[in-house]
Ligand binder design. Sequence first.
Ligand code: ADP
Ligand code: MG
Length: 628
Amino acid sequence: MTEDSDQMNFSADVSRLLNIVANALYTNHDVFLRELISNSADACDRLRYEAIQKPELTADESTFRIHVYKDTDTRTLTVVDNGIGMGKTELIDNLGTIAKSGTAALMEKMKGEDDPLKLIGQFGVGFYACYMIADFVTVISRKAGSKSVWVWESDGATGFNVRKATKDEEAKLDGERGTAILMNIKDDGSDFLIDQKIKDTVETYSDHIDFKIFNNPPEDTEKGEGQPINKASAIWTRSKQDVTPEQYEEFYRHITHGMDEPLMTSHWRAEGKIEFNALLYVPTMRPWDLYDPSRKNAVRLYVRRVFISDSLDELMYPWLRFVRGVIDSEDLPLNISRESLQYNPIITKIRSSVTRRILNDLDKLSRDDKAAFATFWGQFGPAVKEGLYDAAEHREGIFKICRFYSTHDDGTKFTSLEEYVERMSEDQDEIYYLSGENLDTLKSSPQLEGFKSRGIEVLFFTDTIDDFWLQNATEYKGKAFKSVTRGDIEFDKKASDNEEDKEDLDDVHEDLLENIKQVLDKEVAYVRVSKRLTDSPVCLVAMEGGVDMHMERVLKIHQKYAGDSKPVFEVNVNHPLIKKLEAADPKSADFKDITKLLLDQARIIQGEPVKNPAEFARRMSTFLEKGF
Ligand code: ADP
Ligand code: MG
């Protein structure tokens, strides 16, 4: 190993990926060109941004361009750009390891997958895709502003070599910077040695690229020969009529590296106090890292066509982090540093305007294409609901697109809050919900009996996030959300204005309630007659003002809640078992055992563990034996 030539092995992950790519009987080989052109365009974008501060970097040539051309004699296909280029370490780091978390996650997923190609399609393999059609690849690169030209070369098998470039190789570059990728085409990829194929592929996948793409070597362009083979105008600045659905889709794939289709495309120009072009997409499939704690945003910010950043978190709310696309501002100064963008009032205004638009378009989608909207809600609903917690300013718009299961359709169909409120009777002034992880368990919960028998609708909240947003967003259109497992429920306003009714019932059964309380003293706060039960003998509810029972469990899991609030034990005095209990001797062992069994039963129904399973089993067997 000399100073000028380093032979290195690929990491195991890269080898594995390359092996899959090279042997892939992939029907769609064409995508490799999209990947390379996309990288070249990124490299041009990056240099264009750097050159704002350091104009000397593009002093030799300020027009960015990409060339894709073949040489049939040597069976070589070359992709050259005059973008930012790479130095030695960058070649090693970027093309020799899987540094990107996305690809790393892909490898992780592939371990248990029989059809890894499906995943490759989903994630996009980037640069390595060229090994679908090439058996040897040479990357020649010169970092803008640097004198040395480096070469990375590999057969895509075990490793790669990095060395200084020869004079001939240097001549492959377009001017004094950028990257040339020389691919030795395998039999499989022979059609890429035909110009028409190159042109067609560029037109299909890369027409929207903002830089001119030529189908000849750079020296021909220098001589004034050849026309660009793409439109080379930023798609988001064109008017809607000039963009075909296919072009929208291709641009989506370009920015997401994904293979899914956009579920919703919003393209508009904002005019007035702030001006910007936006082309934003909602994906069909949830990205693998949607629930990553970093909640990173990936919308690209441009300022008058110059790429600025694809990781400015202030540009989008975290709960809209699944949105992809471009926002191009007319108002921001070009030479703004990425740091000073963070607290920029223009960015805040753009965010607010974009958020309103997206929510509006989603609401429209919910009316125009119910199936698409259902897909959207299934994939991204929980993320959107984080906004109820985070963004009070947009709460109304978010509530508009929220959907929940409810007792109305027996938990089979989504309902909106608007529909719920329309169905409410005159004297209902709260929105009832029951929360828990499992829809089926919720549907058969005894807490619902009284509601069902009175025809009162209850929403099912099955996402963990529901318990969190409820802390901040406590009402919808003046109607408070009320958990059916908390506090006392006043079913008939009119009847309960006559408070005596209720007191009477508790008075009439005072002895029973007191006797039960004696037995369950340590476990429950108090015992009362239930109005919510019709079929079941007992249930547990939270105290009014206390934490909802499911919420308490969630908080405990997240270790945000140390308290151990005692629930209220409600008994159904019309139930035969309770009647028998009332008639029994409260000092007897049977009374105590039955009471404790009932408590455990209530816990089980609620999805909570039985505190002492051995005791529970012993009592259970005793009574089974007696009844047998
Ligand atoms: P991604 O584009 O998703 O980052 P790729 O595998 O396509 O992944 O590329 C890996 C990295 O290699 C890029 O992030 C970039 O840093 C570098 N790279 C690839 N092609 C070029 C190029 N033409 N010019 C400069 N850098 C490049
Ligand atoms: Mg790439």
